[in-house]
Design a protein around this ligand. Structure first.
Ligand code: NIG
Ligand code: FE
Length: 413
């Protein structure tokens, strides 16, 4: 049995608390232990407490001195498009000159240009590029991500992406939770109805049979999939036993929050344009909002979603990167914490809860990750700062000192 004792953390931010996603004032309760310690055995947390207490139980354990440093559960990033080929530098430059996301997409950039590059890549090529992305997440202290397909848009290419996601979990220290996003855009070679038939009748059955996805997602937006089409995909996926997430109300308020509520999706993501009625609908259906301020920032918009209203309504808020080559090229959860505080008026504590324990529950893993509590997997990050608020306060600076997944060091600055 291999034991590890983390001792003398200036703050051991445990997030210990009720065994469910946190709402309202609970989002501010981080259950911090000052001069904190944590005992780990065989990759799992055995105990947390005052360093002096942990030290007594740590005989024979390897000692990790975290004096002067902050220890946090590994971040859980509940919305990423981690697997894609290439970059979108031309889109980036055009946006800098004032063109919008929609204008760029109709001029041949956007999701479609990444689809072309992703289709052209071999599985090994795509794995190599995605492995680089996985390393970026680990460096920032993220140990679990949700990862969507959606840049293939043919049966074979969607399978290729989902197999790469599976390989990332098996061959890198980053745990990836797979989501099928076949309905991300209508590919050039099809009209929407016939493409949807392909998604529902060919892709979904195959993906479910090969157990390549836990969730199904759709991009419900003007120019992508409409209300009926989105309902059709999500219903079909639900009937096949997948849990649901949905991109809604990002660029237009199209009642997406209400659709998510009607279909009882696990999460409704984006919500930049969601109004009070939409917030109420999410609350009554118990849907978790996943807010993605990185995409608002990178698109040069100021229309951040109404985080405060959602917290006050009692929603179990999640924040995530939306890592993708178009609208949010950042794997950095500390950047997202900064945006949550400065642009959405969340407190640093609320932002940390939303990117750890609440995100873990949204991925159906709240019993295993997202907090530092006995029995959970020893996924944690050590930062070169003393106070958790510094993670959101300094920006554009990496403060990661070391990252552990399953009790093993997977990144060292
Ligand atoms: O979440 N909204 C749709 N999908 C992504 C953008 C994907 C892309 O531009 O490549 C998003 O913002
Ligand atoms: Fe997204």
């Amino acid at each position: 049995m291999k034991s590890l004792a983390v001792l003398h953390a200036s703050q051991l931010v445990t997030l210990a608390g009720p065994k469910r996603a946190r709402v309202g004032s609970e989002l501010s309760e981080l259950a911090i232990i000052h001069d904190g310690g944590m005992l780990i055995r065989d990759g799992a947390i055995v105990a947390t407490g005052a360093s002096a207490e942990i030290e007594k139980q740590a005989r024979g354990a390897e000692i990790l001195d975290a004096a002067g440093r902050l220890v946090l559960p590994g971040f859980v990033d509940a919305h990423t498009h981690l697997v894609f080929a290439g970059k979108r530098l031309d889109d980036f430059e055009r946006r800098a000159r004032g063109e919008t996301y929609e204008q760029i997409a109709s001029a041949g950039g956007g999701i479609w240009s990444t689809v072309e590059k992703t289709r052209a890549a071999t599985e090994d090529d795509l794995f190599a590029q995605s492995k680089t992305h996985a390393g970026w997440f680990l460096q920032g202290g993220t140990t679990t991500v949700e990862a969507k397909s959606g840049y293939g848009l043919t049966l074979e290419d969607e399978l290729k992406i989902l197999r790469v996601i599976r390989r990332l979990t098996l061959e890198t220290p980053l745990e990836c939770v797979p989501t099928f996003l076949g309905a991300h855009a209508v590919p050039r070679e099809h009209k929407a109805p016939e493409y949807l038939d392909l998604v529902v009748n060919e892709m979904l059955p195959r993906i479910v049979a090969e157990k390549l996805a836990e969730f199904c997602d759709v991009f419900y937006e003007r120019g992508y999939f409409d209300l009926e089409q989105s309902r059709k995909v999500l219903n079909a996926a639900g009937q096949r036993g997948l849990k649901l997430r949905a991109h809604v109300d990002q660029l237009t308020n199209s009642g997406g929050a209400k659709l998510a509520a009607e279909l009882r999706t696990t999460t409704a993501d984006h919500l930049e344009k969601t109004d009070t009625e939409g917030v109420k609908a999410l609350k009554s259906a118990g849907v978790q909002p996943v807010l993605l301020p990185g995409s608002v920032y990178a698109l040069g918009s100021t229309a951040y979603p109404r985080a405060r209203e959602m917290i006050e309504a009692g929603l179990a808020l999640v924040i995530a990167t939306d890592f993708n080559p178009g609208s949010s090229p950042t794997p950095s959860m500390s950047m997202v914490l900064s945006l949550a505080c400065t642009q959405m008026k969340m407190s640093p504590a609320e932002a940390i809860t939303a990117s750890t324990i609440n995100a873990a529950y949204s991925l159906n893993r709240g019993d295993k990750i997202g907090s530092l509590e006995a029995g959970k997997t020893a996924n944690f990050a050590i930062f070169d700062c003393e106070d958790y608020r510094e993670l959101a306060y300094w920006f554009g600076l990496s403060q990661t000192h070391a990252v552990y997944a399953g009790g093993q060091c997977v990144f060292q600055a």
